[in-house]
Write a protein that binds this ligand. Structure first.
Ligand SMILES: [Zn+2]
Length: 104
């Protein structure tokens, strides 16, 4: 088991879990029942965490989690013509292969 991601809340944790599972990665959510009482500020220790069951899926899971995170933060994304990965519209270059978007 290896930790892939610490979510800001349960909805995010489950969205990412669904996403990773749809990509064939076996993940577990920890801390899902330890959310603080209303009004209590959660610490990183009690935030939901996603762990991969199989360490050999860790690198792939991390990469997908990063894509997921980028997609959440910005509104919109564009797909790289070279490597087919999505990047936020605020990026000038593809995060994955470095393709310059304004070339096309
Ligand atoms: Zn690319």
């Amino acid at each position: 088991m290896k930790r892939v991601y610490t979510a800001s809340g349960l909805p995010e944790a489950y969205l990412l879990k669904d996403y990773l599972e749809s990509q064939g990665i076996d993940v577990v959510v920890f801390n899902e029942h330890s959310a603080g009482a209303v009004g209590e500020i959660p610490t990183t220790e009690v935030l939901p965490q996603l762990w991969v069951r199989h360490v050999d899926q860790y690198a792939r899971a991390r990469q997908l989690a990063q894509q997921f995170e980028l997609r959440e933060v910005v509104d919109g994304s564009r797909t790289c013509t070279r490597c087919d990965q999505e990047s936020p519209t605020t990026f000038e270059f593809c995060w994955n292969c470095g393709q310059y978007f304004d070339q096309y």
